[in-house]
Design a protein around this ligand. Structure first.
Ligand code: NAP
Length: 289
């Protein structure tokens, strides 16, 4: 099988690309830009892939509130163009989305199934949901995988960091840290989400899936776990989303039910704490190398 991976230099793209079973053509900007659909057609004509894996996204959740056109250009309209190009070639499209397609239900306290009605509360969430719909309506052979709070050893491409790295950096500066304790989700290791993606590619059960590490945690408790596991003393305390006052609203609860993976013969990823432990070990080995 021949794969084209778009956004191959991002966190997830870096972990997924080496695992793909076949010939792999990793592409990133400027060679391909999702906001330039004519380039997508030329790219697929050149490489004639059996599957396109789209790891690219506009991921600036807060900035998107001020520049919705930029977020939609990549996450919605660029993805729609890609889905149409894939469909025209009978090519499989694997695309990634987010727990931020949820959030409208402020009282939710049980994990969301893929069949639950979405309700985003941010421009980013709306742009990603539009992209999901585009893939699902335009491209029959598709996997759409919703995931959450990604951290990968390669750091976060365009953003230049991830939550774990940000916490470690701020703790290193010795400043008091306030982290929201009223948003519950499941931060996930890109290595584990990459393994799920590869598992799904072995099946032809196309559709919408949820894939995160297992369990649920607030961002404050996740930060606490980072410091405990890393053996760092940090001046950490919880705050509220209202006090933190980020430009974009976030879901108070966005845990995803991943049991749908088993129908496709794919095991749900391990629990978040075990994954975090391995991430910390992997990043330390990498920085020591
Ligand atoms: N990060 C999270 O916490 C999180 C949570 C839930 C879901 N997701 C989803 O998971 C997927 C992977 O996320 P990630 O964390 O691996 O992302 P990432 O590290 O931010 O990487 C995104 C990649 O997309 C590329 N990109 C951005 N705009 C592009 C454009 N117009 N055309 C082509 N490439 C473009 C970036 O390239 P440059 O390096 O050139 O900017 C970068 O390589 C995305 O669909 C994301 O929405 C992420």
């Amino acid at each position: 099988m021949r794969f084209v991976v778009i956004g191959a230099a991002g966190q997830l793209g870096r972990d997924l690309t080496p695992l793909l079973p076949g010939e792999v053509i990793p592409v990133g900007r400027p060679a391909v830009d999702l906001t330039q659909p004519e380039g997508l057609s030329a790219l697929l004509d050149e490489h004639q892939p059996d599957a396109v894996i789209n790891c690219a996204a506009y991921n600036f959740v807060d900035k998107a509130e001020a520049e919705p056109d930029a977020a939609f250009a990549v996450n919605a309209w660029g993805v729609r163009a890609l889905a149409r190009e894939c469909a025209r070639r009978d090519c499989l499209l694997m695309h990634f989305s987010t727990d931020f397609v949820f959030g409208l239900d402020a009282h939710r306290a049980t994990p969301y199934l893929p069949t639950d009605a979405p309700g985003p509360v941010s421009v980013y969430g709306m742009s990603k949901l539009t992209g999901e719909y585009a893939v699902r309506t335009e491209c029959p052979k598709h996997f759409v995988i919703r995931t959450c709070g990604l951290y990968g050893v390669w750091g976060s491409g365009g953003k230049g960091t991830n939550f774990v790295e940000t916490m470690l950096k701020l703790a290193g500066q010795g400043k008091p840290l306030k982290v929201v304790g009223d948003q519950t989700c499941t931060p996930s290791f890109t290595k584990d989400i990459a393994a799920v993606a590869v598992g799904l590619l072995k099946s032809d059960r196309y559709g919408l899936y949820h894939a995160t590490n297992t369990g649920a945690v607030t961002w404050h408790d996740f930060a606490r776990a980072i410091f405990d596991l890393a053996g760092i003393k940090a001046d950490l305390s919880p705050t509220t989303s209202a006090a933190y006052n980020a430009p974009a609203r976030r879901p108070p609860y966005s845990v995803l039910d991943c049991t749908g993976l088993t129908a496709a013969g794919v095991a749900a990823p391990r629990d978040w704490r075990t994954a975090l432990t391995e991430y910390l070990s992997d990043r330390n080995s990498r920085s020591a190398a």
